[in-house]
Design a protein around this ligand. Structure first.
Ligand code: NAD
Length: 705
């Protein structure tokens, strides 16, 4: 017999311990072992109660995710079978939840008769985040035990709840907050239940009283969550499953749950969400670096150069992680302004109740300021976030070269500049790296880590691990204009602006993008980021492309000349009046005049053309990024676009979207516009990798450089 679970008799209690580190993933071996142990306990006359416990820190992380792609998750005995065996066992089963209990792990506990938990345990059903629903009774048992509103929230949000909260809701029966051994406490609890002749508590015997729910409860719940579930397939099926729990006896409800689970399994959304889940976990694997043998550098103090929009946000990440941070700027005034913003941000969080005033004070106490480079001599990592100007950045790096200790990592937060060129002004290019934070830097999860030609392996690995410490998702990029994210989305900006010239309206483009699932359409993003920023960031792009396409970003350039900078000046591609905004006839006129200037004939554009012309070029640029080795995997590009640019998670990122709809379709679309459009030859030439993979019937996800 495998040791996936352990079996031990303590008095008349059989303790079955999940023993599949690190998270007790419910793979086939553990499921089989649980079933065998359960049967052994049932068959043993000396046993009157059964405790389910864990040998690790986590109670159970749920399904073994590696079985998803192999179909192993459905192999017998499957999880519903194990849960049903627990529920129908003729002896009391007590789940002893010592830590995280997620998905199938929580479902095991729900099928048990009683639940005892440590206060720090967290329990949840995160399946919806993988495009699925809990398929082992979670949708049927949780509403019976904890009520419909709690179940609906947990199942459709995927958010775990703390044990105390679930104790209040009646899902957890007892909290163990004493300092004594937890499993022993569970055994004592079991003995007590047995002595009291406590009954089995089968969900089968519990009917949900829907008369307590307000009228139209489910309809209203659907309306409430609609804004955040638009485009996803699973949330509606989660709701239907909970409705079934209200209407059907358990056995039939479980069948309904299973049918809905199978429906979810074979959807583009489930494939996309699972792709992103694995891609996010894969980003830390850096080609050519053996993480087990590469040392990492100690980062105990961080310096940030520049206390502007980015510098302040970057510093907050380190203060939040308890790392002392020093900010340098040109003068006291700039520093004062920067610190004021940091404090205001924290005060806002305190007001929201997500931070205590003591924590605010602790964080601010970790922050130092200076205008003197010699104060940076003990920093282990320096992140430069000054103006996006190569000469200024070089000046800063020359100063860092003078004042920083050997082995300090010297990072730049540049969005577009050449990290190798910056590294070249120092005598230690092995210590230079790009750390590209996204704005707002204290909020956005993505961190692009730019690997310069000479960046040392240990500096790179240190950055990746540090990113995790400050709770970021690190994606490694090679050096090129815009790295992965800004480079891949540049054609999205360019084509959206070209479409304006050709006769599309900002509102139409916006709608096409939000219908596709973007949180905002590109015109809205441009207005929010600032037309001045968008135009200035493209000044060198334009210098390179003006001969190929003189109309490149013509509309924002005209608006920039008119000092219409977007939301901040009240007028940009739209007009803003307070929170409202509307289409601006002047913008349409500006576009029409510019079109004339470039001899472009305006016409009515269909939504499909707008979508294809703005999304396919992202995929095409992604193919080049992959082919050039700027990104190591297509999944890395998807993670960048999902986390940094709001690409809909249910589409999995642009490369997964292409894999889903077929690379041949993307290729045909690009070739169509290449022929049809005036600048088609310049902008719509398919990437060789796309052509190659499409011809071979392959997908981006199969490609390794
Ligand atoms: P910002 O204008 O808000 O701040 C720049 C700060 O640098 C100012 O406080 C300025 O006083 C200071 N500074 C300028 N020259 C300096 C010098 N020689 N020594 C010390 N301090 C100096 O700019 P920002 O938006 O924070 O951008 C900073 C960097 O971050 C740029 O490279 C930018 O491309 C990059 N970036 C910006 C964003 C964004 O959305 N704003 C996103 C990612 C990356």
């Amino acid at each position: 017999m495998s040791n996936a679970s352990l079996y031990q008799l303590r008095g008349s209690t059989a303790v079955i311990t999940l023993n599949q580190p690190p998270v007790n993933g419910l793979g086939q071996a553990l499921r089989q072992s649980l079933l065998t142990s359960l049967q052994r306990a049932v068959d043993d006359d000396a046993v009157d109660t059964i405790v389910l416990a864990s040998s690790g820190k986590v109670f159970c992380g749920g399904a073994d995710i590696t079985e998803f792609s192999t179909g192993g998750a459905l192999a017998k005995p499957d999880l519903p079978q194990v849960c049903n065996a627990i529920e129908t066992a003729p002896k009391l089963v007590i789940a002893a939840i010592n830590g995280l209990a997620l998905g199938g792990g929580f479902e095991l506990a729900l099928a048990s008769d009683y639940r005892i938990a440590l206060p720090q345990a967290r329990l949840g059903l995160p399946e919806v985040n993988l495009g699925l629903l809990p398929g082992a009774g979670g949708t049927q048992r949780l509403p019976r035990l904890g009520g419909v509103p709690l179940a609906l929230d947990m199942i459709t949000s995927g958010r775990p709840y703390g044990a105390a909260q679930l104790c209040d809701a009646g899902v957890v029966d007892r909290l163990h907050d004493a300092d004594t051994d937890f499993v022993e406490a569970a055994v004592t609890y079991a003995a007590q239940l047995s002595a009291e002749s406590a009954p089995k508590r089968r969900c089968e015997d519990i009917a949900i009283d829907t008369s307590e729910l307000p009228d139209n409860y489910f309809t209203e719940f659907r309306t409430t969550i609609a804004p955040r579930t638009h485009g996803y397939y699973a949330p509606e099926r989660c709701i239907q499953a909970v409705e079934a729990a209200c209407e059907l006896p358990l056995a039939e409800g479980l069948q309904r749950e299973n049918a809905l689970f199978m429906e979810c399994l074979d959807t583009p959304q489930a494939r996309a969400q699972q792709h992103l889940f694995f891609a996010e976990r894969g980003v830390g694997k850096i080609p050519g670096i053996d993480t087990s043998s590469t040392p990492v550098r100690d980062i105990r103090k961080v310096a940030v150069i520049g206390s502007g929009t980015m510098g302040g946000g970057i510093a907050m990440n380190f203060l939040n992680a308890g790392i002392p941070t020093i900010i340098l700027d040109l003068n006291a005034e700039a520093l004062q302004r920067g610190i004021g913003v940091i404090r205001k941000n924290y005060e806002y969080t305190v007001k929201k109740g997500r931070l205590s005033s003591e924590q605010l004070d602790q964080r601010m106490a970790l922050l130092q300021t200076t205008t003197d480079y010699t104060d940076l001599d003990d920093a282990d990592l320096v992140i430069e976030a000054v103006f996006e100007n190569m000469d200024i950045k070089k000046k800063v790096f020359r100063a860092l070269e003078q004042s920083c200790k050997p082995g300090a990592i010297l990072a730049t937060n540049t969005s577009t500049l050449d990290v190798d060129e910056i590294a070249a002004v120092t005598s230690r290019p092995q210590d230079v790296i790009g750390l590209h934070f996204f704005s707002p830097a204290n909020v956005m999860k993505l961190l692009e880590i730019v690997r310069g030609e000479q960046t040392a392996d240990d500096a790179l690995l240190t950055a990746v691990q540090l990113a995790r410490r400050i709770k970021k998702v690190p994606v490694v990029s090679g050096v090129c204009w815009g790295f992965i994210g800004n480079r891949a989305t540049e054609p999205y900006v360019r084509e959206s602006m070209a479409l304006l010239l050709e006769g599309a309206t900002p509102a139409q483009i916006d709608r096409v993008h939000t219908d596709f699932g973007m949180p905002m359409g590109l015109p809205s993003v441009v207005d929010l980021a600032g037309i001045d920023i968008v135009v200035q960031a493209r000044a060198d792009r334009r210098a390179h492309t003006v001969d190929l396409d003189p109309s490149y970003c013509a509309v924002p350039r005209k608006l920039f000349e008119l000092e219409r900078f977007g939301q901040k000046s009240g007028r940009g591609l739209f007009i803003y009046e307070g929170r409202a905004r509307r289409e601006d006839p002047e913008v349409l006129q500006i576009a029409a005049t510019a079109a004339e200037e470039f001899a472009i004939e305006q016409r009515e554009l269909g939504d499909e053309e707008i979508l294809e012309r703005t999304i396919y070029p992202i995929i095409n640029e992604g193919a080049r990024i992959l082919e050039e080795g700027i990104a190591a995997r297509s999944g890395d590009i998807d993670v960048v676009l999902a986390y940094g640019f709001g690409f809909p998670r249910y589409r999995g990122g642009p490369m997964q979207y292409a894999d889903e709809i077929g690379l041949d379709r993307v290729l045909a679309g690009l070739n169509k516009y290449r022929k049809q459009l005036r600048y088609g030859e310049t902008w719509f030439k398919p990437a060789p990798l796309l052509e190659k993979l499409a011809k071979a019937g392959k997908k981006f996800r199969d490609y390794r450089p």
